[in-house]
Design a protein around this ligand. Structure first.
Ligand SMILES: Cc1cc2nc3c(=O)[nH]c(=O)nc-3n(C[C@H](O)[C@H](O)[C@H](O)COP(=O)(O)OP(=O)(O)OC[C@H]3O[C@@H](n4cnc5c(N)ncnc54)[C@H](O)[C@@H]3O)c2cc1C
Length: 450
């Protein structure tokens, strides 16, 4: 037997939960149903590093992320900050003078996009450390620490080989799980219904969506369907006759016990911004080569990064480094790399020499991860596409938890027909109909998304 509702959201990751919240709570849409065969937030959205920043290389992304962070701060205030939003910042560190010069140039460019002021240290204003908890009163923009002495003065655990660092200030992290649980509670009390099932078909008629078909239960008739299916966004869009320009990259993450507290609990997100070669001993090199791991012997890419996880009593350190470069159709369980914890820890040791204490005996470590499902220019797809009533909230790449609030706000405006912000068009699928846009993004695909 079928039934009729106002909106069906496909997928209960952070994208789906955020838009369900916006529709049910902020716009008071009568009947919103969210369909997912899995418990909410358990595919990709609980594997994230949960970090956020307003620092992006183009205006639409700066505008969208700034809106998202405004909304995150609003929800943090409303909820008593149940999801622990902090403003520790992202610290990009380099030991290469030329790279630091480029970081300074890029900082000026990003500042002109509306991401906040640039301050140099030493300089006229003192450097202000980040608050350990919360976000009130923290500076905006970016602080550039010029010279290794400056970096080590403020971050004594960073290598003296550093020649400079860029501290992005409207940035930090929060618990996406807690935020999602809070939004779900609110949305449920405004009538959101969760259906544990898989969408297996989308039917249209007269150019408009009409119903979604489920694997288990009867169909649901609806004039509005939101595709928030994360790594399965492509197959779900295909059910509505759409071919999306998305691909998926594998990204792993390790959580290890830093029981010696080498990385202080109040540290920001720390990012080594240079490529590097790991200093394997001769016998280790031979063993790796014999195991077919020559990929670990040469130069490895930029952006080995990490941050402390949990409160002051927690010993956990998160570490990430995407040296695999694996692009594939999403599969679970994820392809394993037994050497990942050791490689990431060694990579982080270049930036934080004290971590060499773990070289002989690796700390206890757990690896998880998921897929960055993205467009080639790493910009999400948000808005109507295909048959009337069908909407995209996809391509959340490595920024899904930070963008979800802003993206859901934008999509909900499309759905209910309220006023759209200036940046709305930049996120539509129709951007690919513009030859100028296509030519602007036609260069090599940039890697290096954290
Ligand atoms: C290692 C790692 C680190 C990351 N770090 C960060 C970070 O620091 N900051 C940040 O902002 N982002 C980060 N991300 C990215 C972020 O986690 C993702 O962008 C985000 O979780 C994607 O959310 P989603 O809701 O789109 O997808 P998902 O969380 O994958 O949810 C999609 C849901 O759709 C459901 N679904 C699929 N097909 C169907 C169907 N046919 N019917 C019904 N349901 C369906 C799935 O079951 C799933 O529950 C990271 C990701 C990884 C892997």
């Amino acid at each position: 037997m079928s039934r009729t509702v106002d909106v069906v959201v496909i997928g209960a990751g952070i994208a789906g939960v955020s838009v369900a919240y916006d529709l049910a709570v902020r716009h008071e849409v009568g009947s919103v149903v969210m369909v997912d065969p899995r418990p909410p937030l358990t595919l990709t959205s609980d594997k994230s590093t949960e970090c956020y920043r307003n620092w992006w290389p183009n205006r639409p992304m700066v505008d969208l992320m700034s809106r998202s962070i405004d909304l995150l701060e609003k929800m943090a205030t409303e909820s008593g900050n149940v999801f622990g939003l902090n403003r520790r910042g992202y610290l990009f560190v380099t030991a290469d003078e030329e790279r630091f010069r480029r970081m300074v140039e890029d900082a000026h460019h990003t500042s002109t996009l509306g991401a906040g002021p640039v301050r140099f240290h030493p300089g006229p204003l003192p450097y202000r450390p980040s608050p350990r908890e919360g976000f009130a009163g923290a500076p905006e923009g970016v602080d550039l620490l010029v010279g290794g002495d400056m970096v080590v003065e403020h971050f004594p655990y960073i290598t003296p080989a550093a020649v400079g660092a860029l501290h992005v200030r409207r940035a930090g992290w929060f618990s996406a799980q807690q935020l999602g649980a809070w939004m779900l509670d609110q949305a449920r009390s405004h009538g959101l219904e969760l259906v544990v099932d898989e969408v297996v078909g989308i039917e249209s008629g007269g150019g408009s969506v009409r119903q979604v078909n489920l694997a288990g239960d009867g169909p649901i008739e609806t004039p509005v369907v939101v595709n928030a299916a994360g790594p399965m966004a492509g197959p779900v869009a295909a059910m509505a006759g759409l071919d999306l320009p998305l691909y998926s990259e594998l990204h792993l993450k390790v959580a290890c016990r830093d029981h010696l507290r080498v990385v202080p609990r109040e540290a920001p997100m720390i990012i080594w911004s240079d490529p590097q070669q790991l200093d394997w001993a001769d016998e280790e090199r031979e063993a790796l080569s014999a195991e077919g791991r020559d990929d670990l012997l040469g130069e490895l890419p930029v952006f080995c990064h990490g941050r402390p996880e949990g409160g002051s009593d927690s010993p956990y350190l998160l570490g990430l480094w995407e040296y695999h470069g694996i692009v594939e159709e999403p599969v679970w369980p994820l392809p394993a790399d037994p050497l990942y914890p050791e490689v990431v820890l060694r990579g982080l040791t270049t930036m934080v020499p004290g971590l060499s204490a773990y070289r002989e005996r690796l700390p206890q470590a757990t690896v998880d991860g998921g897929y960055y499902t993205k467009t080639r220019e790493n910009r999400p797809l948000i808005g109507p596409a295909g048959p009337s009533g069908f909407h995209l909230l996809v391509g959340f790449s490595g920024f899904g938890v930070m963008v979800a609030a802003g993206a859901a706000d934008l999509l909900a405006r499309h759905v209910v027909g309220s006023e759209l912000p200036d940046y709305a068009e930049a996120f539509l699928l129709t951007r690919y109909d513009d030859p100028e846009y296509l030519s602007a993004i036609s260069g090599p695909v940039s890697s290096g998304q954290l």
